[in-house]
Design a protein. Structure first.
Length: 191
């Protein structure tokens, strides 16, 4: 039997992005602890969290390649995950207004019966100045609440973006081109 491929994620965006690669895969939700020690550099933090997501799923599918990812926004040295409240979403978007921030996505891959490898990708995103009315109207759409940094570049927040540098899909949650290259190096898809 050739190995299977499992995406360890509950994110519909990650599933849609991975579908672009063109091979069949299963999806398993991953419950992992998302706390990290203060002061952890962002590239390490996203790889650590991606690894935890993979570690939570891989033992139940030992014959599969298992992929997990984690995305955080970094502005002014602050790591922004998903907002817990609308007030927090407001504060995050105010912080991002009129400036450039980094979006980091870490990807971890478990090999069948093997070890886990990981990498991180960064994309810089510059927002136009946002006024409070614009931020409030955006929060009222509900879009920010399940997204790192309180925005979705693939949704209405596209209107906030002046410039990006790096892979767009790193911002949406999975740097697909680098991921596919790493997977090829690791023997996926099987010949
Ligand atoms: C910045 C940004 C983030 N995001 C999303 C990507 C991630 O789904 C989410 C960050 O949370 P994550 O914890 O990375 O992922 P998740 O909880 O949604 O899914 P998983 O089950 O794989 O852990 O923010 C966007 O969709 N668009 C954006 O522009």
């Amino acid at each position: 039997m050739p190995p299977r491929f499992v995406l360890a994620s509950r994110s519909p965006r990650r599933r849609q992005i991975l579908e672009l690669a063109g091979w069949p895969f299963d999806v398993q939700e991953s419950q992992a602890d998302e706390t990290i020690a203060p002061g952890t550099p962002p590239d390490e933090a996203v790889q650590l969290l991606a690894r935890r997501k993979v570690e939570a799923v891989a033992p139940s599918v030992p014959d599969a390649y298992v992929l997990g990812a984690d995305t955080i926004v970094v502005c002014d040295g602050r790591l922004l995950g998903k907002p817990r409240t609308e007030e927090e979403a407001f504060a995050m978007l105010r912080l991002l207004s009129g400036r450039t921030h980094d979006v980091w996505t870490g990807v971890a891959i478990a090999l069948p019966h093997g070890s886990i490898t990981s990498f991180a990708e960064k994309t810089a995103v510059t927002f136009w100045e946002l006024d409070d009315e614009e931020i409030a109207a955006y929060i009222a759409t509900g879009e920010p609440m399940d997204k790192a940094g309180a925005y979705g570049i693939q949704g209405r927040a596209a209107l906030f973006v002046k410039r990006i540098e790096g892979d767009y899909l790193t911002v949406v949650g999975l740097p697909l081109s680098r991921t596919v290259r790493e997977l090829r190096r690791l023997g996926w898809p099987p010949a």
